[in-house]
Ligand binder design. Structure first.
Ligand code: SAH
Length: 244
C-alpha cells in the first residue's frame, strides 16, 4: 500500500514551492492536482508520472469531493507515492483535512506538506503586510464564499468591528455584499480595502479602494482573487514592490 502526500503548491509563483513539496513531486508515481496549483510544477515530476486533474471549472467540481477521496484511496492501493497537490496550503480552505480523515479511515498512510498560503503571500507580494506594529495586532482569514446575508451564517460578522486585518478568500463574487455588510456593522465607508487578482504571478493586479467604491473598481478582475480589509492596506502605496 502506498502513501498519500497532501501537498501545498504555494500561491502561484513556482519558486514559493517548498523543498519538501518538490521532493515529494519528484518521486511521485501519480499527482492529483487542482486548478490553483501552478501547472509548471508538474514539469518537475519524473518520467512516467501520471497526472490527474480534479479542479473546479466555473464553480463546479469536475469531480465531487467524495469521488476525489475515493480516487486517492484507489491510487494508494495501486501506487507507492501519491501526491495530492493543492493551491496554497492544503489545510487553508483546501479540504485536505477531509481527505486525510477519509484515508485514515481506510487505513492509508498520509502526510501533510504545508504550503505557503495565498492568504499571507498574495497581500505580501502586493506590499500589504497582514500585521504591522501600530496598525493591527492580528489578522483573520475568512471564507467569502458564503453570502453575509445568508440565514444562520456561521461567520461572526459582529466580531469584525475591531481593526484586525481581514483576508477574504473565495469572495470576489460576494464583494458587493461583503462591503455592504462591513459598513452595516459600523466600519467607516472610507475604510481601506484591496482586491488582489492572480497574486504572485506575472498577471498580478491590485486594486485599492474604500468599502464604498471598491466594488465598482474591482468587480471585473479575473479570479483567483482575494480581498484584504484593514488599515494595513494603506501601506501598499509605499511597499508595493512586485507589480512594478
Ligand atoms: N488553500 C489555498 C486557498 C484555497 S481557497 C491557500 O492556502 O492559498 C481559494 C481562494 O484562495 C481563491 O478563491 C482566492 O481567494 C485565493 N487565492 C488562491 N490563489 C490566489 C492567487 N494567486 N491570487 C489571489 N487569490 C488567490
Amino acid at each position: 500500500m502506498g502513501k498519500v502526500y497532501l501537498t501545498g503548491a504555494g500561491p502561484g509563483d513556482i519558486e514559493l514551492l517548498t523543498l519538501k513539496a518538490l521532493k515529494a513531486i519528484k518521486k511521485a508515481d501519480v499527482i492529483v492536482y487542482d486548478r490553483l496549483a501552478n501547472p509548471d510544477i508538474l514539469k518537475e515530476a519524473k518520467d512516467g508520472c501520471e497526472f490527474i486533474y480534479v479542479g473546479k471549472e466555473d464553480g463546479k467540481h469536475t469531480l465531487p469531493q467524495e469521488e476525489i477521496n475515493k480516487l486517492l484511496y484507489e491510487l494508494a492501493l495501486k501506487y507507492e507515492n501519491v501526491v495530492r497537490l493543492k493551491g496554497g496550503d492544503p489545510l487553508v480552505f483546501g479540504r485536505g483535512g477531509e481527505e486525510a480523515l477519509y484515508l485514515k479511515e481506510k487505513g492509508i498512510e498520509f502526510e501533510f506538506i504545508p504550503g505557503i498560503t495565498s492568504a499571507i503571500a498574495v497581500p505580501e507580494y502586493a506590499g500589504i503586510p497582514v500585521t504591522h506594529r501600530g496598525l493591527t495586532v492580528s489578522f483573520r482569514v475568512v471564507t467569502g464564499h458564503e453570502s453575509p446575508y445568508k440565514q444562520r451564517s456561521q461567520i461572526p460578522w459582529q466580531n469584525f468591528k475591531t481593526d484586525d486585518t481581514i483576508v477574504f478568500l473565495m469572495g470576489l463574487h460576494n464583494l458587493d455584499k461583503i462591503t455592504k455588510k462591513l459598513i452595516e456593522i459600523g466600519k467607516p465607508k472610507d475604510y481601506p480595502i484591496a482586491v488582489i487578482s492572480k497574486g504572485t504571478t506575472k498577471d498580478e493586479k491590485t486594486i485599492i479602494g474604500t468599502l464604498e467604491d471598491i466594488y465598482e473598481k474591482a468587480k471585473d478582475l479575473p479570479t483567483p482573487a482575494l480581498i484584504v480589509v484593514g488599515e494595513v492596506v494603506k501601506l501598499h502605496d509605499k511597499l508595493s514592490w512586485f507589480e512594478q
